[in-house]
Design a binder for this molecule. Structure first.
Ligand code: BG6
Length: 514
């Protein structure tokens, strides 16, 4: 992680050097990601002087549009999607003049020759030193082909003092085999260090803060292991349904959509060994090691240690909402899961015998992502002759969203003449200390790519390790279609079986904060 990425305490300002002079090419620029996230993130970078003055963007998509149309569209959209209340007209004017657009089909090789010509011209106009990076904001089927086509016309060639990089969005494959194939296809024409596999969870401050919490403080690491920790829970609850993405989601499902990527990031940061430095490969080596130590479930374990669910009709945000099977572009008899819970084991010295319980679902009762570290109970001896009949375990909770912070739950005496215990929370809220700096979550990752820092991006081996863990579920679930879908009502906490998964181990999920 670049040493210049220092957050000035209390100011909310990020201090850092601007990205290198470069051109960003966005494939799929007419889509939602560009207007909702990428352009607002780049605008924020420009505002904080983290974008080089020598910069340009080329949008590429099949939609017929001129550069003027594209500029106009982005200028309209930024008003809606900027994370700041108003858009600074001077900064936007500077930014808008750097937007260009090229229409074409990604399958058409002449598109890439035209792109090459355009980039050479813009490179001179904007003094971008031949540095280009390509953002794959297209359907996943195009990723491999686009990179091959770029390489064929020399646009991935980074010899001669300039750099060429490619940012690949998720989904990175749809199972282990296709992820391995995609890696192989890319690595035939580019080197691993040119590939930036993005996972937007790593753009979240609170996710990055897991590293700071663990390794910048002396008090946590000594107890961060099987001697003191009873179990870990990672929950990602969403209140939204499939938000008009039924076509994609019905072929994906909650497992593919969230587990091998976002949730594996949370596990690897929570469970990894301290890296020897914050250099990209030092951090990623440790993440990869811990992912490899997670035992993929056997067929039998898929039946006993994993739960799938699909929401039916229910209520969300005080309104009746349809069940998953009635969502647009979803098959009326769909067997796609919208909820998944699983128990995994990490087979290494630090974590042997400490279960990790994972769950994620759509249309749940609350939007909440948290990592719960539950410590072992204190022995009861001291309280034996008092009305205290059980000791509450301590929980350290990393609140990822929507609240951002850390809380520690511990037992305290309830005031009064008898010894009773109550649970209290010691709370740290990000906003109280550092203020809120509205961002899209993409700023950091785009900037990292522009300065060549790959720490927060996935390496080929990490992506494949993530898929290895979920692949047995895909196989068993395919062979044994669910019979009880839908099995939870929209606006609830998911299927009852997910609660049973912990109850049979004498544990329970921490409630989502409403
Ligand atoms: C995306 C998934 O990668 O992450 C979506 O495809 C999901 O289905 C989203 O809603 C969650 O991201 P966030 O940042 O809202 O937690």
């Amino acid at each position: 992680m670049a040493d210049q990425k220092v957050v000035a305490a209390g100011s909310g300002e990020r201090v850092g050097r601007p990205g290198d002079p470069c051109i960003m090419v966005i494939f799929g620029a007419a889509g939602d990601l560009t207007r909702r996230k990428l352009i607002p993130a780049l605008y924020n970078l420009a505002k904080h002087d983290l974008l080089s003055r020598e910069f340009a963007i080329v949008g590429v998509a099949r939609n017929e549009m001129s550069t003027d149309d594209f500029r106009k569209k982005m200028s309209d959209d930024i008003k809606q999607f900027a994370t700041t209340q108003s858009v600074d007209p001077d900064i936007w004017e500077w930014f808008e003049r750097r937007l260009y657009y090229l229409t074409g089909e990604f399958t058409d090789k002449t598109l890439f020759t035209k792109l090459n010509d355009l980039l050479q011209k813009l490179d001179k106009d904007h003094a971008t030193h031949g540095n280009y990076f390509y953002y794959m904001a297209t359907a996943a089927d195009f990723f491999g082909m686009i990179v091959e086509n770029l390489a064929e016309v020399g646009l991935m060639n980074d010899e001669g003092g300039h750099w060429r990089r490619v940012i690949v969005e998720k989904p990175f494959g749809h199972d282990l085999e296709s992820a391995v194939a995609l890696n192989a296809q890319l690595l035939k024409v580019v080197r691993e260090n040119q590939i930036y596999r993005i996972d937007h969870y790593l753009g979240k401050e609170t996710v990055q803060n897991i590293l700071a919490l663990r390794f910048a403080n002396g008090i946590f690491e000594p107890i961060w292991n099987r001697r003191y920790i009873d179990h870990v829970q990672i929950s990602v609850g969403e209140t939204v349904g499939v938000e008009g993405r039924g076509g994609y989601y019905d072929n994906s499902g909650a497992l593919r959509d969230m587990m091998p990527n976002h949730i594996m990031q949370l596990i690897s940061l929570t469970a990894m060994e301290p890296p020897i430095s914050f250099e990209a490969n030092a951090v990623r080596d440790e993440q990869a090691k811990v992912l490899h130590a997670i035992q993929p479930p056997t067929g039998e374990e898929v039946l006993t240690k994993t739960i799938r669910g699909q929401y039916g009709d229910g209520e969300s945000g005080g309104q009746r909402v349809p069940g998953y099977r009635n969502e647009p572009s979803v098959a009326p008899d769909s067997r796609t899961e919208t909820f998944v819970a699983m128990k995994v084991a990490i087979d290494n010295w630090r974590w042997a015998g400490v279960p990790f319980y994972l769950r994620t679902g759509k249309r749940m009762a609350a939007r909440n992502t948290h990592v719960v570290i539950q410590f072992r109970r204190a022995p009861l001896i001291l309280f034996r002759d008092t009305p205290v009949d059980s000791m509450m375990p301590n929980q350290l909770v990393l609140h990822i969203q929507p609240e951002e912070g850390i809380s520690l739950r511990f037992a305290a005496k309830v005031p009064g003449p008898v010894m009773r215990l109550g649970s209290v929370d010691m709370d740290f809220q990000y906003a109280d200390y550092f203020g809120v700096q509205p961002s899209t979550g993409y700023e950091r990752l785009l900037h990292d790519c522009m300065v060549g820092d790959a720490t927060l991006f996935q390496r080929a081996d990490m992506v494949e390790a993530g898929w290895s863990i979920v692949n047995p579920l895909l196989d068993v679930w395919k062979a044994l279609p669910p019979r009880n879908f839908p099995n939870y009502a929209a606006g609830t906490w998911g299927p009852k079986e997910a609660d049973d998964l912990l109850e049979k181990d004498g544990r329970r999920w921490r409630d989502f904060e409403k």
